[in-house]
Design a protein around this ligand. Structure first.
Ligand SMILES: CCCCCCCC/C=C\CCCCCCCC(=O)N[C@@H](COP(=O)(O)O)[C@H](O)/C=C/CCCCCCCCCCCCC
Length: 218
């Protein structure tokens, strides 16, 4: 639908996100950065539809997406086709701050690590949502998933702000409706399809980062 300024309204579609995560893995199980970033773009669209209280989260995610896009579109873009090639290129060329922040505050490795940690939150949250019942609270599912994952990497002030934002989440039914899939049973089925894909992308990235000791990049 076009708005009053003539631009096309971008509605969130879970199917679209599912499709992008399907495209993320190459035949030899490398993670395509372009599709990884597209998956996050889709998720941010969803976050934006929940209202301005989530703006500070959306802003941070968009910043990180933009950093990765600028690597992809930069003069060394061919080195950023997959997460594997990015890691190799940046490590071989000493483009990553490994122990403390220095000359490479926006390395692809560091930036992707932040989204990678958030992907674990997403996996935990969606699994809770998939197995939830009508009276389950999205705010509780979201907070539990956050405390089990991302929270460990955030300072008190961010944890506090995130906790307050979670309280503003719509209830389960409204939440499922925003996904634009159909009745709750259909959403649950689609989540069942999406979760193994998200989980595989997460696991492959986690192993790669672990092999190269990149899981604690400053
Ligand atoms: C399938 C559809 C249903 C679920 C849709 C969920 C949509 C979620 C979309 C985006 C999630 C946001 C990802 C946030 C990335 C955060 C990265 C991060 O950890 N950044 C921190 C560290 O960065 P540096 O300072 O080291 O550069 C930064 O400090 C964070 C600031 C913002 C607060 C982040 C809170 C994250 C909460 C988890 C997401 C909650 C979304 C709730 C909506 C359901």
């Amino acid at each position: 639908m076009a708005d009053s300024e003539g631009s096309v309204e971008q509605k969130f579609s879970l199917q679209e996100v599912l499709d992008t995560f399907k495209l993320c893995l190459s035949e030899n199980k490398e993670v395509y950065l372009q599709h990884y970033v597209a998956g996050w773009r889709g998720l941010v669209k969803f976050l934006n539809s929940l209202g301005s209280v989530f703006g500070f989260i959306s802003k941070d995610a968009v910043n990180k997406i933009q950093v990765l896009v600028s690597h992809l579109n930069g003069e060394n873009g061919s080195q950023y086709v997959t997460v594997q090639s990015m890691v190799k290129y940046e490590l071989d060329n000493e483009l990553v701050d490994l122990t403390k922040r220095g000359g490479h505050p926006e390395s692809g490795c560091r930036t992707l690590l932040r989204l990678h940690r958030a992907l674990r939150w997403l996996e935990l949250f969606l699994e809770r949502l998939r197995t939830s019942t009508e009276d389950s609270k999205t705010s509780v599912m979201c907070a539990d998933a956050y405390n089990e994952s991302l929270a460990q990497h955030h300072p008190w002030v961010v944890r506090k702000a995130a906790g307050m934002a979670f309280c503003m989440l719509p209830g389960r039914q409204a939440f499922l409706e925003v996904m634009n899939v159909g009745p709750p049973e259909q959403v649950v089925a689609m989540l069942g399809e999406a979760l193994p894909l998200i989980s595989e992308v997460y696991q492959i990235t986690e192993e790669l980062y672990s092999q190269h000791n990149l899981l604690d990049l400053p």
